[in-house]
Design a protein around this ligand. Sequence first.
Ligand code: SF4
Length: 287
Amino acid sequence: MPTTFLCEGAEMGERPTRIPVIAVIGYKESGKTTVIEGLISRLTERGYSVATAKHIDQKGFRIDREGKDTWRHAASGANPVIAVSDVETTVIHRKGLGALNLRSLLDLIPKADLLILEGFSKIVLEDKHIGKIVCVRTLREYEDFRRRIRGEALAFCSLETLGEPILSVKENLSTLTERAIEYVERRKSILEILDSLPNLDCGKCQYRRCESLAEAIHDGRAKLDDCALIKVRPRLKTRITLNGVEVHINQFISEIVRRSVLGMISTLKGVEIRGDETLQIEISQRK
Ligand code: SF4
């Protein structure tokens, strides 16, 4: 059953996205939807689950209509409003302009191997965490996008025959799909590595950001314990877990927590602290 997410606003941040995201960008009538259709059918044939989001470049656009029951639900304060028919489910999120960004958009997608965006050029061009396929109508547009794009484009393509390196959409949908798959697999692997890193961007390793270290590990240039926090873990005398997930701390914090807690415990009646004890405290909501 197809599901439509209707949201307002479009501001995108800089954190890595939770799943790979590919954006197909370009001006009106440049072939974006044709490329996306081709990608979706080829990727789903290959077993990928694909979610898409399209930026509607029309001020005040709404799928919902004034006076409809769903409109009245939302007007009374419901958010989201879900409309279910025998063939389709539409989830309408009433959010003010700018209240939604790419990361919160991803939270609306329960499960998918990748998200394909149509449009959102202004934001996508600046976001290096998004793979870009750029549809151009002329060589001038190609030059213009090449200058403005941050990071690598997966491909430039056109409905016209503009010559290398611009791929013809009609003849090269398979090449575009292969590039998309290569990108998705690389991003998936980097995001998995990132899950094993503290994700604190503390700047204490030579890579400065966790994602850069994850990329280096993926490319075989680094290993997990190049992360300064992971490297010191065996030497830490304090370990903190929150809801079963380890909270990464450095040696300094480890010592502060250890000394403060042991200091407090030592004031309790009948407790003698030597400094080499193993102490476990569990805090829970159990009644
Ligand atoms: S030291 Fe670890 S937590 Fe800090 S930026 Fe590097 S990888 Fe991330």
